[in-house]
Ligand binder design. Structure first.
Ligand code: ASP
Length: 442
């Protein structure tokens, strides 16, 4: 049967990743060019085009709760209850360990490069930092149990949704084991329906990604129009340090971990890149979640029974990139105000930044709020007019640039830990990885 040729085939039939990359580069170029123009041009550009980037973010946000809900119920329903406990313990252990490793790596690079050293910041106009109201650990755990699941769904509170969806799925799984034939049948039907709903959501995600190149172009050009030239100035070092640490964690940390579990680093990147790029441009782990989940299933061959649980959890509590950022920026402020952090202070940063990363919401800029908490823990309060506040304000100025890299790593870390757990459970469909190789060499 001859297929009809559409006018937009050049767009829809071309490789999605190439389209996104072209949009990314074009966005950087256009943004930087605009940034050198006068403020009015930049403002007019931002005002008139912001909507195109916002459409992309909203589309992703729209789909995130349905994706988590249906795929998690469907995942939990297909896993034996005993197994879920084991996977849970393993994934949390990996998430905690990689977060602590990340802060340490950030501190290591900051000690070598010493970003901000000699800047001699003194108190200036200060910063309008919001006081970080860090909830107690007990409250954090208690809040995981929703008092009203519908409210959590409406508000998009990921942890309570995960909790409820897991119970829902587990209950289906128990019912399917029941002695009552009719219960087994209806549980099976419910499971099938949830599976179908999850597939339908992924189909929508596929559609949304067709818009990605357009959204990407505008999101990126705005960031660079507003902050590009500034970032090329005195903050180059801190940006460099953060990115060096991010790259080191990816290559040495993740590459090493994957190698230990006998998975190819480059094959992983080839499968995971769509989610990594989405995270980079949206600056939101939660927003990227639909893409991350689809990529893990379709390209990395990770079963939904594992990924539907570990990925939403990771998008909420596992922020390796943010951990690096917190370490480097704490060091930067220390150097910038002429009070390099002592060893004891750096040890405190490892603890608080690990916890802060867990508490960071997967939305753009959330990590910058957590930086306030980390600074406070080492006695460097961000108070209006203080030198610390000036340093903090400088970081805020380039936050978008740092946020892109750290969010990309946040999401990559979730996928690496998920892949390791899936492989350890012998649940990985490695033929997907070989398939990629076959395609690449074809
Ligand atoms: N934007 C990051 C994320 O969504 C969080 C952060 O600001 O560090 O993963």
């Amino acid at each position: 049967m001859a297929t009809k040729k559409g006018k937009l085939d050049w767009y829809f039939k071309s490789n999605l990743l190439s389209r996104i990359m072209i949009a990314l580069v074009a966005g950087v170029v256009v943004g930087i060019a605009l940034g050198y123009g006068d403020q009015d041009t930049v403002k007019a550009f931002v005002d008139n085009t912001k909507v195109f980037g916002d459409i992309f973010i909203r589309l992703l946000k729209m789909i995130v709760v349905p994706v988590i809900l249906f795929s998690l119920i469907s995942g939990a329903a297909s896993i034996a209850p005993s197994k879920l406990g084991r996977v849970g313990v393993k994934i949390i252990a990996f998430y905690m360990a990689t977060s602590a490793l990340s802060v340490s790596l950030g501190l290591f690079f900051a000690n070598i490069i010493q970003p901000g050293n000699g800047l001699g910041l003194v108190g200036t106009a200060g910063v309008q930092g919001k006081a970080a109201a860090a909830p107690s650990l007990a409250t954090v755990f208690l809040n995981i149990i929703p008092t009203n699941p519908a409210e959590s769904l409406a508000k998009g509170d990921v942890l309570p949704i995960i909790f409820f969806a897991m119970l829902f799925g587990l209950a289906i799984s128990f019912l399917k084991d029941s002695k009552d034939e009719s219960l087994v049948k209806s549980a099976g039907t419910l499971h099938d329906m949830v599976n179908a709903a999850a597939e339908t959501m992924y189909k929508i995600v596929n559609g949304i990604m067709q818009y990605a190149p357009i959204g990407v172009f505008f999101l990126i050009s705005i960031v660079f129009a507003q902050q590009g030239p500034k970032a090329l100035g005195p903050l180059l070092m801190v940006t460099l340090t953060v990115y060096l640490a991010l790259i080191a964690l990816t290559v040495i940390g993740y590459g090493g971990l994957l190698a230990v579990f006998r998975m190819g680093f480059f094959k992983f990147l080839k499968g995971a890149n769509e989610a990594m790029i989405t995270a980079f441009v949206t600056r939101s782990s939660s927003g990227s979640l639909p893409v991350t989940m689809r990529v893990c299933e379709e390209k990395l061959g990770i079963p939904r029974s594992i990924s539907s649980f570990t990925l939403p959890l990771g998008a909420t509590i596992n922020m390796n990139g943010t951990a690096i950022y917190l370490g480097v920026c704490a060091m930067f402020i220390g150097y910038a105000i002429g009070q390099p952090l002592t060893f004891a202070q750096q040890m405190t940063v490892v603890t608080t930044a690990t916890l802060a990363a867990i508490g960071t919401a997967g939305v753009p800029g959330a990590g910058a709020i957590m930086l306030l908490m980390v600074m406070e823990s080492i006695g460097l309060k961000v108070e209006a007019g203080s030198a610390v506040a000036a340093g903090y304000a400088m970081i805020l100025g380039i936050d978008a640039l740092l946020d892109m890299g750290r969010t990309c790593l946040n999401v990559t870390g979730d996928m690496v830990c998920t892949a390791i757990v899936a492989k350890g459970e012998d649940e990985m469909d490695m033929s997907r990885w070989e398939g990629q190789e076959a395609k690449a060499t074809a």
